[in-house]
Design a protein around this ligand. Structure first.
Ligand code: COA
Length: 260
């Protein structure tokens, strides 16, 4: 499918979505959110895709936030809808049943930082910069920043970033747990692909079940989460991959998973 504001590329059993408005630092406009939503839906329906990378086109930005020109037209009612729509699309990312990895190649500000927060794993280049600068515009983060950032970096650090609008570099983002890893700018994609190939060498059913269980931990009590985990553990014990993985270990050979 042809998109105007993103590109979508499948490479074997993983896919990459690239935010593609580099002249506007990949600012998230309504068309981009629509296209992301469409694209994510098609990835969800494609059983051949086992991991998804989200990155930004160009040297400068992952995404420099929601498109301020569009945002400028909001009033009380349309502002609420603006926020709800972005949150809905980002929630779709978070609820994906395959690992979603943000490869953050530059500015991740406002909605760009919130998009990264909705991904399961975040790798950043040394050039990446993070922040929630919405207070500079007289607004608040609207695509989940006030809710996800505290869960990732703790309440006090999130509060500091959100009320100040301060921008932090990749080293600081890594230090506070906003990034999983920082890589040299030119190595970001190679390192991300290396990680993806590690995931792809595992049993696909096991990996996606892990994603679902970890996601479930966010809304279940410990008691319910443990019950859910046991149920899903039983599910994977019923797969051919489980027999193959355990047999291969016992026979001292590499497992050949069939994703069944
Ligand atoms: N919305 C719309 N357009 C944006 C944008 C955004 N969030 N962020 C950048 N752009 C546009 C700029 O308007 C500019 O467009 P133009 O060339 O047509 O004037 C282009 O992207 C390049 O940005 P520019 O500001 O010239 O780059 P810079 O290197 O000088 O500064 C930033 C980079 C990220 C510091 C700066 O662009 C910025 O502050 N952006 C807004 C960040 C923000 O507040 N995000 C939260 C939005 S809710």
């Amino acid at each position: 499918m042809d998109y105007q504001t993103i590109t979508y590329q499948e490479s074997g059993d993983f896919a990459t979505i690239t935010l593609n408005r580099p002249d506007k630092l990949n600012a998230l406009n309504n068309t981009m959110l629509n296209e992301l939503d469409e694209c994510l839906k098609s990835v969800e329906l494609n059983d051949n895709i086992c991991a998804l990378i989200i990155t930004g086109q160009g040297e400068k930005a992952f995404a420099a936030g929601a498109d301020i020109a569009e945002l400028n037209a909001c009033d009380k009612l349309s502002g609420k809808m603006f926020s709800e729509y972005g949150s809905y699309v980002f929630r779709r990312i978070e609820k994906m049943r395959i690992p979603v990895i943000a490869a953050i190649n530059g500015y991740a500000l406002g909605g760009g930082c919130e998009l990264a927060l909705a991904c399961h794993i975040r790798f950043g280049s040394e050039k990446a910069k993070f922040g929630q600068p919405e207070v500079n515009l007289g607004i608040i983060p609207g695509y989940g920043g006030t809710q996800r950032l505290p869960k990732v970096v703790g309440k006090a650090k999130a509060m500091e970033l959100i009320v100040s609008g301060n921008i932090i570099d990749a080293a600081e983002a890594n230090r506070i747990g906003l990034l999983n890893q920082v890589y040299k700018h030119d190595e970001l994609m190679d390192k991300t692909l290396e990680f993806v190939s590690t995931i792809l060498s595992k049993g696909k059913i096991a990996v996606s079940t892990c994603v679902e269980c970890v996601n479930a931990s966010e809304h279940l009590s410990l008691e319910d989460g443990l019950n859910y985990e046991s149920m899903r553990f039983g599910d994977v014990c019923g797969t051919d991959d489980f027999k193959e993985g355990t047999n291969a270990y016992l026979e001292k050979r590499t497992a050949e998973f069939k994703n069944k």
